[in-house]
Design a protein around this ligand. Structure first.
Ligand code: AGP
Length: 604
């Protein structure tokens, strides 16, 4: 989704803005632009279609000096990717960058055109610039003009406004799309997330829904949705290390795959000590009679896995739904239900809307499983279980997923206590979790074998992924990873479902990836594998050697480290991540920023 950076400083800010944009590239975008204002001077704007690199080259040729500026990476919603549609958008002295969607833009456009404003782009954002300009023409100061403008807007926005006639000031507004203020010494910054500003500050204030703020060099002032002054205190950043660095790795995705042992260990820290699970932070869940989980994409796959755990281990009924479906249907709230949302970013528009709806329709207890402290989802939920994966930059989620699964296993134990989960079982789960970082290390050692195997996928147009039980969502996640970064069409099926249709797809051209731990379903899975073998499909099976799979024919079995079946979904995720990564590298796609995708989907 769109990325925003702004700065009010005594020094030149063009490079700070550019670095900020580069650090937001992971969010996904198709064009980039900036505008800088010299003190008392004119505003200069530069925009380019394509990568931030193209903007950097343009800036190198035409350096812009000045201490106040705004910048933006655009992920097209209204209007095709083009230089004319790139931000900042201008109306006379007003420049605006915006993340979100203005739903009533058509009617506002008509009104503004009738007033004589001329539109230069097809975007919804341009109406904001003209509206602010019209209030300025009526004599409002910049801050008041933004406050008046937002009352006319329907939809979601994070916006930053610069005015040639108010140098050394930025006005920002948040409704639906997050913004953070960064504080330096005698300078202030604004961005869509902290990562953009880590090179210039570690101190941040988080704007809340409905906030408007006036940002100046030495101060910032925040007003709530009623235009009343409110405190949004500065806090030290909790981002432990500067994740905007690929280190020795070629891609963020690979770096993040390799960070999983540490990310899991961090997620367990303080929650697993001396073989004991410490789950007090989750509070008393003994009254919970049903769990409803809501999430999108990869986080939804984590939810699907958890459903198997929560029902079979804790004995609590669990329902899972995609957020964009939940939010638009009338669902029944069962008494004493726990509403769980899962999100890496904590800013996914559909998940946030689903949480808000859930509260409106009567869910009394809400828990967010999330990776970003201070995110909207965390702030709006009653409880939060943080995943501590560290910043995830690659659009394809990896370490966020496995740490979500760890958090969900902790939730399962918390729910199971006092119910059907015995002390013995809890001890076994604790031991398995303690061993998990080492098992992930061992799984990462499959890397070179998987790299070799990836060659066999590079020319394929389709692939099937199969799993059973709690491995079915892992097959779904494997298929999603392959789709999103290698652009190979991939589908996952619960292996028992093959005979009900998908078997028709099997021929010698169809690669079929199977996840096969040695669990209670392995004999059933073997029969499904035979159904594929009999039809000449090309099988790639990630399996526990003890499962004793038949290796005859067009079959490649890749041994996966033996592990406790309860945590096997986490372990079997690793080879699938590596497979999609290497296929994408061979295909030469943009691994970290796959086409058409955004890291955090903050619009509907
Ligand atoms: C995962 O690889 C995806 N890029 C995507 O499905 C993602 O998981 C989804 O958009 C949900 O994001 P969230 O976890 O930040 O809410």
């Amino acid at each position: 989704m769109c990325g925003i950076v702004g700065a009010v400083a005594q020094r030149d800010v063009a490079d700070i803005l550019l670095t900020g944009l580069q650090r937001l590239e992971y969010r996904g975008y198709d064009s980039a632009g900036l505008a800088v204002q010299a003190s008392q001077g004119q505003v200069q704007r530069l925009r380019r279609l394509g990568k931030v690199e193209a903007l950097a080259e343009a800036l190198a040729q035409t350096p812009i000096q000045g201490g106040t500026g705004i910048a933006h990476t655009r992920w097209a919603t209204h209007g095709q990717p083009s230089e004319a549609n790139a931000h900042p958008h201008q109306s006379g002295p007003i420049m605006v960058v915006h993340n979100g969607i203005i739903e009533n833009h058509s009617e506002l456009r008509q009104q503004l055109q009738q007033q004589g404003f001329e539109f230069q782009s097809q975007t919804d954002t341009e109406v904001i610039a003209h509206l602010i300009a019209s209030f300025r023409q009526q004599g409002h100061a910049l801050l008041q003009a933004v406050m008046a403008t937002r009352k006319q807007l329907t939809g979601a926005y994070g916006m930053v406004v610069m005015d040639e006639q108010s140098p050394e000031q930025l006005v920002v507004a948040r409704s639906g799309s997050p913004l953070v203020i960064g504080a330096g010494i005698g300078e202030h910054f604004i961005a869509s997330d902290q990562l953009a500003l880590l090179p210039v500050t570690q101190r941040f204030a988080f704007l809340e829904e409905g906030d408007v703020a006036l940002i100046e060099r030495r101060s910032y002032q925040v007003f709530d949705s009623q235009d009343q002054v409110v405190e949004r205190p500065l806090v030290e950043s909790t981002v432990e290390h500067d994740a905007g660095d690929k280190g020795q790795f070629r891609h963020y995705m690979l770096k993040e795959i390799y960070e999983q042992p540490q990310a899991i260990a961090n997620t367990l820290e303080g929650r697993l000590e001396n073989g004991q699970l410490n789950l007090e932070a989750l509070g008393d869940l003994s009254q919970v009679e049903q769990v409803q989980i809501i999430a999108c994409g990869t986080s939804y796959h984590a939810a699907m896995t958890a459903r198997y755990w929560i029902e079979s281990l804790a004995g609590v009924p669990c329902n899972v739904e995609i957020a964009s479906e939940f939010r638009y249907r009338r669902s029944v709230v069962r008494p004493s239900s726990l509403l769980v949302t899962i999100s890496q970013s904590g800013e996914t528009a559909d998940t946030l809307a689903a949480l808000r709806l859930a509260k409106d329709i009567g869910y009394q207890q809400t828990l967010a499983i999330c990776n970003v402290p201070g995110s909207s989802l965390v702030r709006e939920s009653d409880m939060a279980l943080m995943t501590r994966a560290g910043a995830e930059i690659g659009v394809a989620s990896t370490k966020a997923f496995t740490t979500q699964l760890v958090a969900l296993m902790l939730l399962t134990v918390a729910l199971g206590r006092g119910r059907q989960l015995s002390t013995e079982q809890e001890k076994d789960i604790a031991a398995a979790l303690a061993h998990l970082p080492a098992l992930i290390e061992k799984s990462l050692a499959m890397n070179s074998d998987i790299e070799a195997l990836a060659q066999r996928f590079a020319e394929k147009h389709h692939a099937l992924f199969l799993g059973r039980g709690s491995q079915y969502p892992i097959a779904m996640e494997g298929a999603l990873k392959l789709k999103e970064i290698s652009y190979i069409h991939a589908e996952a099926y619960a292996a028992g479902e093959l005979k009900h249709g998908p078997l028709a797809l099997i021929d010698a051209e169809m690669p079929i990836v199977v996840v096969a731990p040695n669990n209670e379903l392995v004999e059933k899975l073997k029969s499904n594998i035979e159904e594929v073998r009999a039809r000449g499909g090309e099988l790639f099976i990630f399996a526990d050697e003890a499962a004793g799979l038949n290796t005859e024919g067009n079959v490649m079995v890749l041994p996966v480290v033996h592990c406790d079946n309860r945590i096997a979904p986490i372990v079997y995720t690793i080879p699938l991540q590596l497979l999609s990564y290497h296929v994408a590298v061979i295909k030469g796609t943009d691994v970290d920023q796959p086409r058409n995708l955004a890291k955090s989907v903050t619009v509907e």
